[in-house]
Design a protein around this ligand. Structure first.
Ligand code: ZN
Length: 284
């Protein structure tokens, strides 16, 4: 499933290819993805000009010149491609096609159909049911030390699970939660309230792993817009994720894996001691 850095990379790629473009024709090859398309989708998009594309959590917001917003989510397997319409050959799972006024074609391909597209009014952005419950963006100033320290206080659930709760902060998924906790040497298993006094360090670690992933995704932007759009993950940057049994980059002990709330957590038992909350910051 794409995490925040992948969605941000997609967002930047689409924004640079599509901002200012008018949608001249819309084809829907099926009536729904995870939820039905709104009945007025085709009519609302046709002849609208895209004035900007933004990201909120893992949602993409296509701003349209008449004030409405197209809200889209990639789900588990969604891909959004922009190509010359003349280069297009239909592929299985190409569900939504938009022809643009410059001869390009936008394609939303989603094999597993967990993605979605729906419409928001101009003033609905913060109160729409899909967006209203979301916590602050991790890269924004709203995700401050004071905010996080307060939010973690009194929470007895394990720290990694707390960080993955979208109401606390959006976009810290399974991969980047493991990576950020390793970076600040906090155990994923300590009760969240014990990390409250390390909120500043947690924030800088979370931002750092996300920012590094976004930057490495940036180099794939041109390929993304041009060809198959399969970004994958930025694997070469992972310090612990997926490295079970390999040696820790800091202490050379073996990286461990445990299952937390049904998800794999990768960590170093030596660097991230469960009984000592003593982060040592970024040693990379
Ligand atoms: Zn270690």
């Amino acid at each position: 499933m794409p995490e925040l850095p992948e969605v941000e990379t997609v967002c930047r790629g689409l924004a640079s290819a599509m901002t200012g473009r008018r949608i001249v024709r819309v084809t829907l090859n099926r009536p729904d993805l995870r939820i039905p398309f709104p009945p007025e989708l085709q009519k609302t998009l046709t002849n609208a000009t895209i004035t900007g594309i933004e990201r909120r959590a893992k949602y993409l917001l296509f701003m349209l010149d008449h004030g409405q917003i197209l809200l889209a989510h990639l789900g588990m397997s969604g891909k959004m491609l922009v190509m010359q319409a003349s280069d297009y050959t239909p592929k299985p799972h190409d569900h939504v096609l938009w022809e643009l006024d410059n001869g390009q074609l936008f394609v939303f391909n989603d094999a597993r159909r967990f993605g979605l597209m729906c419409l928001l009014g101009a003033d609905e952005q913060e109160k729409h049911p899909l967006l209203a419950h979301l916590g602050p963006e991790p890269l924004s100033n709203h995700f401050s030390e004071a905010y996080l320290a307060t939010a973690l206080k009194g929470k007895k659930i394990e720290l990694k699970q707390a960080l993955m709760d979208q109401r606390l902060v959006v976009g810290v998924g399974n991969i980047y939660a493991s990576e950020a906790l390793f970076m600040c040497r906090l155990s994923p298993f300590i009760p969240a309230h014990k990390a409250s006094k390390h909120a500043g360090l947690l924030i800088s670690s979370i931002r750092s792993v996300l920012q590094a992933a976004i930057e490495s995704g940036g180099s794939t932007l041109r390929d993304y817009v041009r060809s198959d759009g399969d970004l994958g993950y930025f694997q070469h940057h992972f310090q612990v994720y997926g490295r079970e049994g390999k040696s820790c980059h800091i202490c050379e002990q073996t990286v461990s894996r445990a299952v937390q709330a049904g998800r794999s957590t990768f960590f170093c038992q030596t660097c991230q001691k469960v009984n000592i909350v003593k982060p040592r910051g970024d040693n990379r």
